[in-house]
Design a protein around this ligand. Structure first.
Ligand code: HEC
Length: 254
């Protein structure tokens, strides 16, 4: 009786190496058996791949060499310039009426430089910061107003009270910023002057400020009254005039 096809009888003496040998032989036989493959998913012969490769190579050569593949001349015709779409021409920013253009610059300056003290509604707080709504200095002569912004103010202020000291705000202020904030203050928060403080006027203000006797110190109310109760020099600007909102120069005719 072969030891490979019967269970070892514990009564018999077991030849361990013989049993082990038979187990290894059976395992090797199993491993040699072909993999069982389901219908439809049999592995494709390598030859099929090689044949496809050859076909593609020849087809590519014929089409590519013949110029019908990769023929860029057909897609990109020489000398072709695409017609511009309607309205695609850059006509610059949309023109705005002078009043709106100056005020949009001014509202940014107000948020950045004034509202922190005078309040978002410009009404101040009644004790340390005065109201700019209805203020005689805001709505009065433009030179006096501009000197307060550029140099600050040591009161009393227009209502006769002393609130504190306003530090200068003119450092780094460009003429369009000064013109913008002045125009904005004179036409918001209940102030209704209706005029535009122009860039030309703001440039003049910056020059006047530089030649003050006490240049560098806050304006006192005496100095304002003595030297600056004047309109800034410069031609008035029609508030409805159409301007480039960036440069504040007259907009090009469309
Ligand atoms: C750091 C706080 C502070 C900032 C910022 C500030 N102010 Fe003032 N402002 C004051 C104080 C305080 C007074 C009152 C000064 C006094 O009592 O002498 C004043 C007074 C004024 C006055 C006088 C009002 C009147 O009726 O007499 C005007 C006008 C004015 N400020 C405009 C501005 C504008 C415009 C800005 C922004 C560009 C600005 N201030 C930014 C604190 C400030």
């Amino acid at each position: 009786m072969s030891p490979s096809n019967h269970k070892p009888d514990l009564e018999e003496s077991i030849n361990v190496s013989e049993v082990h040998g038979s187990v290894v032989r059976e395992a090797a036989a199993c491993a040699r058996e072909k993999r069982i493959v389901d219908n439809g998913i049999e592995p494709v012969s390598l030859w099929a791949f090689v044949a496809c490769g050859i076909v593609l190579l020849i087809a590519g050569g014929v089409l590519g060499g013949g110029g019908s593949l990769f023929a860029y001349g057909v897609t990109f015709r020489p000398g072709y310039v695409r017609a511009p779409a309607g309205g695609a021409e850059d006509t610059g920013p949309v023109a705005k009426a002078a009043m709106a253009a100056y005020q949009s610059k001014g509202s940014k300056i107000f948020s950045a430089k004034c509202s922190g003290c005078h309040g978002a509604d410009a009404k101040g707080n009644g004790s340390t910061y005065p109201s700019l709504a209805g203020s005689a200095y805001v709505n009065g002569e433009t030179e006096r107003f501009s000197m307060i912004i550029l140099n600050g103010l040591q009161g009393p202020v227009s209502d006769g009270k002393v609130y504190g000291v306003m530090p200068p705000q003119g450092i780094g202020m460009a003429p369009e910023d000064l013109a913008g904030i002045m125009t904005y203050m004179r036409n918001n928060f209940g102030n209704t002057k209706g005029d535009v403080v122009t860039m030309e006027m703001a440039k003049a203000a910056i020059e006047i400020s530089a030649t003050r006797k006490k240049a560098g110190s806050s304006c006192s109310s005496e100095e304002l009254t003595a030297d600056h109760v004047k309109p800034l020099p410069g031609a008035a600007l029609d508030p409805g005039m159409m301007l480039d909102p960036i440069t504040l120069q007259p907009a090009k005719a469309p």
